[in-house]
Write a protein that binds this ligand. Structure first.
Ligand SMILES: [Zn+2]
Length: 390
């Protein structure tokens, strides 16, 4: 069905978007009304493209559950044991909790997510099956990428076999975590990830918390394997704290390799840890994206699933104040054009802000979220009569 969304603001003017088959067909300055088609009046609210959360965990959080007290992080193996114990006490099912977080994300305007999903020989494909079901349920409104994630360590937990099962059953990417700190076998861990990625024609996304030169060495291996296996554009390193711990001179070759092999860096903007220097990445031409990561889980009680909030945190932490910097920050949380384009999928949200930079600074609530032209969050509104009479 054809839909008209009227009085959407961008570039300082009001526009009408005509939408058909989920895509924007026409963009005209607001002037008159067409009563023959379904109409939504944006009443001058600002157009923003919907958001992409490139690093989340649908299977770890406690949303919808009674509050669970946490313990301070001690070591990674101890934390992994604690997480398993916590997750075994959940009252709601994995399916229910995956949907709770996805709905929260949709309400904030996130229509694309990359979720890591735990797999290991003990839990098997239980988490993956729940997330595959959710992906099917949300297929009309949300793009869901699934990373098979050997949280207990790919080699350490003997997870190569179950990773193959996960990739055979619908996971899109090969995950991994701390090849030194957890697996204690950097080369063979990275090699195993890329062998899986080649066998199943899958992307790669590695959780890397390793510090300093150890982290840099690991990233250099990742870019080497990306080159060898021709996986350019399909590999990411999440967190990469090490890129915030070494000097630009020390990282120069690593940055060049990241750009040349088109390996992207994904950050959750940690406040209490080092993070990659974004300007250095951008100057080097490296792709950079954001994810919310932990949201009220065994690792952190914080987080609200709002990627606009996350980008605003990055901008504030980085001391960015200019319009150019604030607009740039928005590009890390969307995979769409900042203003509507004819022929693009009609994925956008409406907020009460003057422009993108104002929205970045004020984090307004989402008044409406449209996915493929369908209003998925917010009140259905019809054209107000005051506007018609003018
Ligand atoms: Zn993570």
């Amino acid at each position: 069905m054809k839909k008209l969304v009227k009085q959407v603001r961008f570039e300082g003017k009001l526009w009408d978007l005509s939408i058909e088959n989920g895509a924007i067909q026409e963009i005209v300055e607001t002037s008159s009304t067409n009563k023959d088609i379904s109409t939504y009046d944006a009443e001058g609210l600002l157009y923003l493209p919907t958001l992409a959360d490139m690093h989340c965990h649908l299977d770890k959080h406690f949303l919808g559950e009674p509050w669970r007290p946490l313990q301070p992080f001690i070591t990674l193996p101890k934390q992994l044991k604690f997480e398993k114990e916590m997750l075994s006490t959940m009252q709601s099912s994995l399916e229910e909790r995956a949907m709770i977080l996805s709905e929260l994300m949709l309400s904030h305007g996130t229509t694309k997510m990359r979720t890591h999903v735990d797999v290991d020989p003990e839990i098997g494909l239980k988490h993956l099956e729940a997330v595959l079901q959710l992906r099917e349920q949300l297929k009309d409104v949300m793009e869901v990428e699934i990373v098979a994630f050997p949280q207990q360590g790919l080699i350490r937990s003997n997870s190569v076999g179950i990773m193959k099962e996960a990739l055979r059953n619908g996971a899109d990417l090969v995950g991994g975590v701390d090849p030194a700190g957890l697996d204690r076998k950097v080369e063979s861990s990275i090699e195993a990830m890329f062998e899986l990625s080649s066998e199943f024609d899958a992307g790669v996304d590695l959780h890397l918390h390793e510090p300093g030169h150890l982290g840099k060495y690991t990233i250099d291996l990742v870019t080497d394997y990306t080159r060898q296996t021709k996986k350019q554009g399909r590999v990411a390193v999440s967190h990469a704290y090490c890129l915030g711990m070494l000097s630009d001179a020390e990282l120069s070759d690593t940055m060049t390799a990241l750009r040349e092999e088109n390996v992207s860096i994904i950050s959750s903007v940690p406040i209490d840890r080092p993070m990659p220097r974004v300007e250095t990445l951008l100057d080097a031409g490296v792709t950079f994206k954001l994810g919310a990561d932990n949201i009220r889980d065994a690792w952190s009680p914080y987080g609200n699933g709002d990627m606009l909030h996350r980008a605003s945190r990055l901008a504030e932490k980085s001391g960015w104040v200019t319009d150019e910097q604030l607009i740039k920050a928005y590009s890390f949380i969307t995979n769409r054009s900042l203003t509507p384009k004819v022929g693009e999928t009609a994925d956008f949200m409406l907020v009460d802000a003057q422009n993108i930079q104002h929205a970045m600074a004020s984090i307004p609530k989402r008044e409406a979220v449209f996915s493929k032209g369908k209003l998925i969050f917010g009140e259905e509104k019809t054209l107000n009569s005051e506007y018609i009479s003018r």
